[in-house]
Write a protein that binds this ligand. Structure first.
Ligand code: COA
Length: 173
């Protein structure tokens, strides 16, 4: 795949912030009426893609979704609130953080359900990778997330190398 030249545009984290609220219906749930993990991942992917889309203003594909812990069960009738923003932009990819809360419909109580990090790659209509605008973190939290995103990228790259080596060794045996 080819990429365009460096992208001179710089965006703020605030300009990428995205939110989605879903009411959980029986079609989203298992036989006990709890939200299915796969459905939650779908909502996370969509909310993450919105932030990536706002940052890149072009098509994006999901390249990776990091480890997710399901901290709280979510039930039919609950409201699910998801928030996302870009943590860091690289060359053709961005890391997005997504945080999810369940809202009890009668009390309004909010509980943290899950958090995830996703990597989206910007592409054009022909599938060619596109250089993305850079991100300017402003607040202390944004600066911390910006630094953490680089550490996670290095960890992902090291893991990818390790998995490749393991596959090569398996094929040799
Ligand atoms: C994601 C995809 C575009 C990467 O294409 P590629 O030719 O392998 O690209 P490269 O290896 O040169 O990497 C391109 C960028 O993606 C990032 N990337 C690629 N694979 C990645 C992964 N598994 N995790 C995190 N980042 C990844 C690279 O770090 C690089 O980022 P940078 O340009 O900001 O440095 C390609 O693998 C693809 O199209 N995958 C399918 C996407 C899809 O269909 N998603 C829906 C999920 S079902």
């Amino acid at each position: 795949m080819s990429t365009t030249k460096d992208n001179p545009i710089v965006r703020t984290v605030a300009s990428t912030q995205s939110e989605m609220t879903e009411i959980i219906l029986p079609n989203d749930a298992n036989t006990l009426g709890n939200l299915l993990g796969g459905r939650l991942m779908h909502f996370i992917d969509l909310t993450g893609a919105m932030a990536a889309y706002r940052h890149t203003r072009t098509h994006v594909v999901t390249a990776a979704m990091d480890h997710i812990d399901f901290i709280q069960p979510v039930h039919v009738g609950d409201l699910l609130n998801l928030k996302s923003s870009v943590n860091r932009a690289f060359t053709t990819s961005v890391e997005v953080g997504v945080k999810v809360w369940v809202e009890h419909p009668q009390t309004g109580l909010l509980l943290h359900v899950a958090s995830a990090y996703l990597v989206f790659v910007a592409i054009d209509r022909e599938g060619r990778r596109q250089a993305v605008p850079q991100l300017q973190p402003e607040t202390p939290n944004e600066i911390r997330r910006y630094a953490d995103a680089l550490r996670r990228r290095e960890h992902r790259e090291a893991e990818a190398v390790r998995r490749k080596q393991a596959r090569r060794e398996q094929n040799r045996n």
